[in-house]
Ligand binder design. Structure first.
Ligand code: PAF
Length: 285
């Protein structure tokens, strides 16, 4: 497997299956890489901690950087190359210009503004779209995969590609299911910030999502999620049921729905989500 840093090294990998990451790889990323390995395309994982998607008070400086481990894991999972560009390569006009561009980024469709991550993290999706567009420009993939764990990100990026009207040819975006620890905690690079005693409390997220699925309507599901999270000592940012495509509020289970949560444990902000098909499968919608 090759580790690439310069754009001119990417040419043999044009048309690849791309796995964009910020590094600190865990088995969830490993599953994304392995998922791309049977597509008959070269598999490229990118590692770049993108400064423009972090707000000043967020954890950009202390975001874990574990490049040697990441390269090993990517290789073990079958990647053909890791592309780990410098900030100068991604943002040749400098970081101030990049931040200004991210703040002004034209965001696609309603999924970028339903009052979820966008409300808590102003400019976040501007930075995400900016860097992913730049990575697409550099790597020219045929396929890109994103995890459902960051569900709003997945929706926004899917919409960005659709609305780009072919800027990246016939690029396809694929969604991959969230990978969970044995007890259900969604895998995240930020889980390593959890203190041992917070690890059990963090299970409040997945328990709240399961509890939501037993409720008779989305509004009572939201109440149930909030009380489950609070019972675990989590501070709720949002705990909502939304339309799975637009992420706008819903009143019934009759549309494709997604329950989404963001909550804090001390300084650690955790997110999780789940589709709510269980109700319809049980026939009690
Ligand atoms: O999900 C992530 O790791 C990042 O937001 C992404 C898509 C790699 C862009 O920096």
């Amino acid at each position: 497997m090759q580790v690439l840093h310069a754009p001119e090294q990417l040419q043999p990998y044009f048309g690849c299956a791309l796995v964009p990451t910020m590094g600190a790889l865990h088995d969830g990323h490993g599953a994304l890489i392995r998922r791309m390995c049977d597509r008959g395309l070269p598999v490229v994982a990118t590692i770049f901690v993108n400064p423009t998607q972090f707000a000043p008070r967020e954890d950009f400086a202390k975001y874990p950087r574990t490049i040697a481990h990441d390269v090993e894991l990517a290789e073990a999972c079958g990647a053909d190359a890791v592309f780990a560009p410098t900030a100068e390569t991604v943002y040749p006009l400098g970081l101030d210009a990049a931040r200004a561009e991210a703040a002004a980024w034209l965001l696609p469709t309603v999924a970028s503004q339903p009052g979820l991550e966008d409300a808590s993290r102003p400019n976040h999706f501007g930075g995400v779209c900016q860097v992913v567009a730049r990575l697409f420009d550099l790597t020219r993939p045929a396929l890109a995969v994103f995890g459902e764990k960051d569900f709003q990100q997945l929706r926004v990026l899917t919409d960005m590609v659709r609305e780009s009207r072919g800027r990246w040819g016939s690029l396809m975006v694929e969604a991959a299911p969230t990978v969970r620890e044995h007890d259900g905690l969604a895998m995240s690079s930020r889980n390593r910030y959890l203190l041992p005693e917070q690890r059990d409390q963090a299970l409040g997220l997945v328990r709240a999502l399961h509890a939501a699925a037993t409720e008779t309507d989305p509004h009572s599901a939201e109440t149930m999620m909030r009380s489950t999270l609070e019972a675990h000592g989590l501070t709720v940012d949002y705990a909502v049921v939304r339309h799975a495509a637009t992420l706008l509020p819903v009143d019934t289970w009759e549309t494709p729905t997604r329950a989404l949560i963001a909550a804090h444990l001390g300084n650690v902000r955790l997110i999780d989500n789940m589709s709510m098909p269980i109700r319809r499968e049980l026939g009690n919608s």
